[in-house]
Design a protein around this ligand. Structure first.
Ligand SMILES: NC(=O)c1ccc[n+]([C@@H]2O[C@H](COP(=O)([O-])OP(=O)(O)OC[C@H]3O[C@@H](n4cnc5c(N)ncnc54)[C@H](OP(=O)(O)O)[C@@H]3O)[C@@H](O)[C@H]2O)c1
Length: 245
């Protein structure tokens, strides 16, 4: 078995300062990729880069807010310049700022949730496309959510943002098929990170019996998606959930 299936590849992972994005960055680096770790928290990013380097890998940090279009364009250009190209983009930065029914929810939190999960993803994909094309193809992996397929009471903002992200995934896959760029959604299901709220844990994990993962449990699927051949899957949703999306 090839222990470094991503040798020679460059990957940029947004939201790589902690949680799932950090685990994917560590996993890709271990698999041989050179990694750009992007998020807003410099100390956490530098710690991830140090961990990768201590294990013999190569990584850089990019302090970037993905809701800032100009910053995203800069992030991508800097990563390509410093790392020599771009082969894999993992659109992982995400979060949820409105946890109430539509009637009583917070419009500002609603907008911020769409901005982060959907508009930010659009900025990242848009900025990466010319670089992926220049390299002759590549992969875009969007980190979605089961809520984007089935919804949940009190999570309209997050569910709508992730539903939009799933549609963005499918449209991008169609637009980029001829360029050898595959675009797929990865749905982690519940993962023990700062994102898991108590009500979500009670409902989905305890009552529905979902698998509560560690961030590292998401890495094998992220590696699978990054290592498929050019002719491999695109416009697909891959889920680690036990139940129907
Ligand atoms: N945990 C779950 O159960 C679960 C389930 C389904 C899907 N997901 C999805 O998985 C992805 C990762 O979530 P997680 O569970 O790992 O959550 P997390 O531990 O809270 O990590 C979120 C990451 O996103 C970054 N981020 C937040 N806002 C940002 C911004 N404006 N610009 C750039 N980076 C930003 C954070 O870094 P900074 O704060 O440093 O910017 C952090 O690295 C998200 O898309 C989430 O929706 C999670």
């Amino acid at each position: 078995m090839n222990k470094q299936p991503l040798a020679g590849k460059v990957a940029l992972i947004t939201g790589a300062s902690r949680g799932i994005g950090k685990a994917i960055a560590l996993g890709y680096a271990k698999a041989g990729a050179t990694v750009c770790c992007a998020a807003r928290s410099p100390d956490q990013l530098n710690a991830v880069v140090a961990q990768i380097e201590a294990a013999g890998g190569r990584a850089i940090a990019s302090v970037t807010d993905v809701t800032d279009e100009e910053a995203v364009t800069q992030m991508m250009a800097t990563a390509v310049r410093e790392l020599g190209g771009m082969d894999i983009l993992v659109i992982n930065a995400g979060g949820s700022f409105d946890h109430a029914p539509v009637e009583t929810g917070d419009p500002d939190g609603w907008r911020r949730t769409i901005d982060l999960n959907l508009v930010g993803a659009y900025y990242c994909a848009r900025a990466a496309i010319p670089h992926l094309k220049a390299g002759g193809g590549g992969k875009i992996i969007t980190v979605g959510s089961g809520l984007g397929h089935k919804g949940m009471v009190g999570r309209s903002a997050y569910a709508c943002a992730k539903a939009g992200l799933w549609m963005l995934t499918r449209v991008l896959a169609q637009e980029l098929a001829a360029d050898g760029i595959s675009v797929n959604e990865l749905i982690p299901g519940p993962v023990e990170t700062g994102m898991i709220t108590d009500d979500f844990r009670t409902l989905v994990v305890e009552k529905e019996g979902e698998w509560l993962k560690r961030p590292a449990d998401v890495v094998p699927l992220a590696l699978f998606l990054a290592t498929q051949p050019h002719i491999g899957p695109s416009a697909q949703s891959f889920s680690l959930m036990r139940r129907d999306n």
